[in-house]
Every structure is written in structure tokens, then in C-alpha cells.
Design a protein around this ligand. Structure first.
Ligand code: SF4
Ligand code: SF4
Length: 368
């Protein structure tokens, strides 16, 4: 026996959450793409962003081939997009680890320095329609933000966030969740998971107490059970990659596979598990805020020392670092790879790199 909810009932529930003052987020069609007479794709609705979209990005993380879909705060249930695309171009980490965040304020008057607390999230957050490969990033981020000290900003958001995922019904050539031990219906990080029954109803699986509270009294008993997509064929052998990383730090294959990397960082910003940030002071001598902003190990200045020495001066070293961290350093410390196989890094890379492409190129090297 399963529990189901109809799409209209789900919409009413989403509107009720918004009316109750919760921050509700989910996939939203942000822009439509159109093609010009030369066949270049453009964002159609905004003149300021009316620039050609790189070929490699067409249809990647952009929902359908014609749309840009992102996780965004919803103003009404009508904005929530649950079908017709592979996955959003960004990730839900933005709701727990924002791109830009105030840590504390400062005010200086003569010799007096006054520090003020930055506001912590008060509202409950509900993310609905998240992809399982996004939700699975949260247990990974939990380790990072808690292992040596508690990051109160992340913790508060995590405690106040409920994740309702939608099991995937399709995948594209960039998805490889099954290679990293996940699946289109992997439950990691989800509080509830919806399965599209294809008849206007969803099978609702309640996975945690938070999920149960959210749907209490809102579902109907049913005999229908939803099924997810079987998922992509496994193409990356994580054990083989680990073996290669144990011995292949100086292997020339790194150069072959990563030489074309531009260091733009697009792969990291759309990645659900990348979590690097930089700390800066915004203000002047009288006062301002200490803030943190997303950063990436792909940036040339990321490891620059105050002395001027940079231990990773070459882009190929920075690309190698990203793979090492996700597939060797993090698993050594926490037991799982820091990658959910979502494929966003490849979809958003202007030169078609990304973790899967590099891993597949490195794989044959593990036997040499
Ligand atoms: S792998 Fe691609 S997206 Fe990442 S930094 Fe290099 S060029 Fe940019
Ligand atoms: S490294 Fe790439 S495939 Fe892995 S979680 Fe990040 S964006 Fe997704």
C-alpha cells in the first residue's frame, strides 16, 4: 500500500506552505532559448542577457533543449516545474550555502570596534522537486561543515530545510549517478520522495520525520507504486579511479585530459558538492560586513600565498586537484566520494570537460 497525492493537491499544498511564510524553492523555467538565423541559441526574454549560448551548453542543465531551468524561490505553485527537463542548471546547495553570505558586521569609532551578529535564517525552507543527486550532496556537505567545528550558518539552514525530491524519470549522457553508488531514486538527503505515476498523481514516500510532518493528512492510500528510471549505465569505475589516484599523481594523462580547461570555475559553481569559499571584508574604515563568497580551486588565485608563491600555478594542477579532492582526499576522510554523478560540471563547462569526461579519460591509465 502506498500514499499518493494528485498534482492539483500538491500545488495547493505548495501554495499553503508559501502562504504560511515558508521559503519554498524548486525548479523554475527561468528563460526560454531561441535560435537566431545562424543557429546560435539566445536567451529570448532578456535583452541584457541576449548573448549567444555556447554550443556545449545547449540543452545541458537547461531543462529541455529550449529552456534554462534553475532552482529558485517560488512565489506561487504555478512556477514549479516538475517535468520536461533533465535537471536544473544550478544545485540546491544555494539554499544552504548561499553564493554570498554575511558572517558578522563591524563598526569602528575611534578606538572602539563593535561587532554585530549576522542574522541567522529564521524561516523554514522547503525544497520541492529537487533531484536525488542534489539531495545526496547534503550528507556530503554535512561532513564538511561539521567535522572540525560547527558552521552555524550552514547548520541553521540545514535544520530548517525539508527536502522533497522527485525520483528521476529520465537521464542524459552526462548523468552517472549509478557509477558513484547512487540511483535515480537514491534516498540520501531526502525527507520525502515523489514518484510520478504518469496519471497526474505522485506516489509519496516519507523518509524522515520532517517529511512525514510535511505531508501529514495530505495523501491518499493507494495500490499504485511509482518507479524511477533505471538510471545511466555505469561508465566510471570508482575503485579503478581510486587506484589510479593512489599512484598517478604525476601521470602525463592529467595533461592530456585537462589541458583545455579554461579555469572559469563554472564546473564548481553548479556542482552540488563543491563548497569552497573566500572570506572578504565589504565596507570601509568606519564599518561594514565580513562576508564569505563562493570560490573554486579552479581559479588561478585560489592557492596564491601572501608571499606570491602559488603551489598550483598551472591549470592542469588545479584540474587534478578537483578530481583528487572528490575521489581520493574526501573519501579517505569520510568514506564516500564527494560527487553525486549529477553531470552538471560537464553540462556547464564551455569546453566540454567536467568530472565525468576527465574520469573516463583517466580510467584506462589505472592499468598502466
Ligand atoms: S573544467 Fe570546464 S568549467 Fe571547469 S574550470 Fe575548466 S573550463 Fe571551466
Ligand atoms: S563533480 Fe560534477 S558530477 Fe560530481 S557532483 Fe559535482 S557537478 Fe555533479
Amino acid at each position: 500500500m502506498s500514499q499518493t497525492i494528485s498534482r492539483p493537491a500538491l500545488s495547493r499544498l505548495v501554495d499553503a506552505w508559501i502562504s504560511a511564510g515558508h521559503m519554498v524553492g524548486g525548479p523554475v523555467r527561468v528563460k526560454s532559448l531561441s535560435q537566431d538565423r545562424w543557429g546560435l541559441a539566445h536567451f529570448a526574454e532578456s535583452s541584457e542577457q541576449n548573448v549567444p549560448v555556447p554550443l556545449s551548453r545547449r540543452g545541458f542543465g537547461l531543462g529541455s533543449k529550449d529552456d534554462l531551468v534553475q532552482y529558485r524561490p517560488l512565489t506561487a505553485a504555478g512556477d514549479l516545474l516538475l517535468e520536461g527537463f533533465i535537471r536544473p542548471a544550478n544545485s540546491i546547495k544555494e539554499f544552504l550555502f548561499p553564493r554570498h553570505e554575511k558572517l558578522y558586521g563591524y563598526r569602528i569609532a575611534g578606538k572602539q570596534i563593535e561587532l554585530t551578529e549576522a542574522p541567522l535564517l529564521e524561516r523554514e525552507q522547503i525544497l520541492v522537486g529537487a533531484r536525488p543527486c542534489d539531495a545526496a550532496s547534503l550528507p556530503i556537505l554535512d561532513h564538511v561543515f561539521h567535522w572540525d567545528c560547527e558552521d552555524v550558518f550552514y547548520s541553521r539552514r540545514r535544520q530548517r530545510t525539508t527536502i522533497v525530491t522527485l525520483a528521476c524519470r529520465n537521464h542524459d549522457e552526462h548523468c552517472f549517478c549509478t557509477s558513484v553508488g547512487l540511483a535515480p531514486d537514491a534516498p540520501q538527503g531526502s525527507d520525502a520522495m515523489l514518484f510520478d505515476l504518469g496519471n497526474g498523481e505522485y506516489d509519496v514516500r516519507l523518509l524522515t520525520e520532517k517529511g512525514r510532518r510535511l505531508f501529514e493528512g495530505q495523501t491518499q492510500s493507494s495500490d499504485s507504486e511509482g518507479k524511477a528510471d533505471p538510471g545511466p549505465e555505469r561508465t566510471v569505475d570508482v575503485e579503478a579511479i581510486r587506484h589510479f589516484l593512489d599512484n598517478g599523481f604525476d601521470n602525463p594523462a592529467w595533461r592530456q585530459s585537462a589541458l583545455r580547461c579554461l579555469g572559469c570555475g563554472a564546473c564548481a559553481y553548479g556542482c552540488p558538492t563543491c563548497h569552497c569559499f573566500d572570506i572578504a571584508d565589504e565596507g570601509n574604515a568606519a564599518g561594514g560586513w565580513r562576508v564569505r563568497n563562493w570560490d573554486t580551486c579552479q581559479a588561478a588565485m585560489f592557492t596564491m600565498h601572501a608571499s606570491g608563491h602559488n603551489p598550483r600555478p598551472m591549470q592542469v594542477q588545479r584540474q587534478r586537484q578537483r578530481i583528487f579532492h572528490k575521489y581520493r582526499v574526501y573519501p579517505e576522510k569520510f568514506g564516500v566520494v564527494a560527487c553525486t554523478g549529477c553531470g552538471n560540471c560537464t553540462r556547464s563547462c564551455p569546453v566540454g570537460l567536467g568530472v565525468r569526461t576527465v574520469l573516463e579519460a583517466l580510467q584506462p591509465e589505472q592499468t598502466s
